[in-house]
Design a protein around this ligand. Structure first.
Ligand code: GN1
Ligand code: MG
Length: 346
């Protein structure tokens, strides 16, 4: 028949690899977390719009670098490409064989390729009108909205007393004033919405078997209208933190400038064509904001009782928050160096 084994380490959906004995093809089986993605039909529609768009681009330019988009597999028992079983939403996606992915970046060459992957993805969808995509996760990456949630959770609970939590609260307080930077630039018309990936962390980049060339971005649930800055900031907070999202030793967390240089070089090499001067001016703000935002999201979930991100021990979301805050601090400490890199590349 088939074997089913856990795949990847996402902290929202449940993901499995399905191998068949009768056929060489393998598939990705996922239970969609409908607490988070409350309208799975819209998520699936966005994935299909993306796949059709990239296919059309590739047909129009067969010489373009190879790029693969995971696709939804039609369901036999349902008119749509997913099934509802006992109130749970399940779907099957094509598995991209002969590839590998990494949880952290370990060399500038790899960082350059992760950057090129995101730039290639953005370039491929830069002519897809945002009106073709639904907003599948309202408020996603709207930092002031996360701050409002944080305030509401704090106001509703009893005041925290533990030292690490108090330190994290202080960290947020000191940065409150800078959290609307991207949303304000968007409201002022300096930055415009485009289709984005939403979650381009390193382990969502599939490399070829040799581990040198990126061939796909996976985890497409958060493909929706947004600012490319969310993606750029997210890719750098993930790719330039060699210790990953949950290292035991907080004090060792740092943002690696050599990796950042290589990643931005790879990104801009593929994406420069559609970026405006205002986009480039907001790169540093994005690189600093996204780890701060993710830390705030983890901290809020910790204070609220761990309902959003899956955890395996109490305090895990607080630890994840502190890692992102340490990374933010490292970025702030190296602001001049990061700005110099951006300047040299743009
Ligand atoms: C979540 O489940 P996963 O790992 O693909 C989250 C991302 C965070 C990431 C941090 C929809 O993604 O925004 O960056 O955890 N996805 C959603 O590990 O909230
Ligand atoms: Mg994800």
């Amino acid at each position: 028949m088939a074997s089913v084994s856990p795949l990847g380490n996402g902290i929202i959906n449940d993901t499995y690899l399905v191998s068949l004995t009768a056929a060489p093809e393998r598939f990705v089986l996922q239970r969609v977390n409908t607490e988070v993605f409350q309208h799975p039909a819209l998520v699936m529609a966005n994935i299909e719009v993306l796949a059709r768009h990239v296919q059309a681009r590739q047909t129009a330019d067969p010489t373009a670098a190879p790029w693969i988009v995971p696709e939804l597999v039609p369901a036999r028992s349902a008119p749509q490409p997913w099934v509802e079983v006992e109130g749970q939403t399940w779907r099957l996606l094509t598995y991209i064989d002969n590839t590998r992915c990494f949880d952290t970046v370990t060399s500038p060459a790899q960082a350059r390729e992760v950057g090129r992957a995101l730039g290639t993805f953005h370039a491929l969808i830069s002519d897809l009108p945002v009106s073709a995509l639904a907003d599948t996760l309202e408020g996603f990456h709207i930092t002031p909205g996360y701050l409002a949630q944080f305030d509401a959770v704090l106001a509703a609970g009893s005041p925290p007393t533990e030292a690490p939590t108090l330190e994290a609260l202080r960290f947020v307080e000191e940065r409150r004033g800078s959290m609307a930077v991207l949303e304000e630039a968007k409201a002022a018309g300096h930055l415009v919405e485009r289709p984005i990936h939403g979650d381009p962390k390193v382990n969502n980049v599939l490399m070829d078997r040799g581990g040198t060339q990126a061939v796909a971005l996976i985890d497409l649930d958060t493909v929706k209208p947004g600012l490319v800055h969310y993606d750029i900031g997210d890719a750098l907070r993930s790719g330039c933190n060699p210790l990953g999202e949950e290292p035991p030793d907080l004090t060792a967390v740092c943002f690696d400038l050599d990796l950042a240089r290589a990643m931005l070089e790879g990104y801009l090499g593929a994406a420069r064509g559609f970026l405006t001067p205002a986009d480039l001016e907001h790169l540093f703000a994005a690189i600093r904001l996204l780890p701060l935002e993710l830390g705030l999201r983890f901290l809020t979930d910790h204070l609220a009782g761990d309902h959003y991100f899956k955890t395996s021990y109490p305090g895990q979301n607080l630890h994840r928050a502190r890692v992102q805050f340490q990374l933010t601090r490292s970025i702030e400490d190296q602001e001049q160096g990061i700005r110099a890199i951006i300047q040299a590349l743009t």
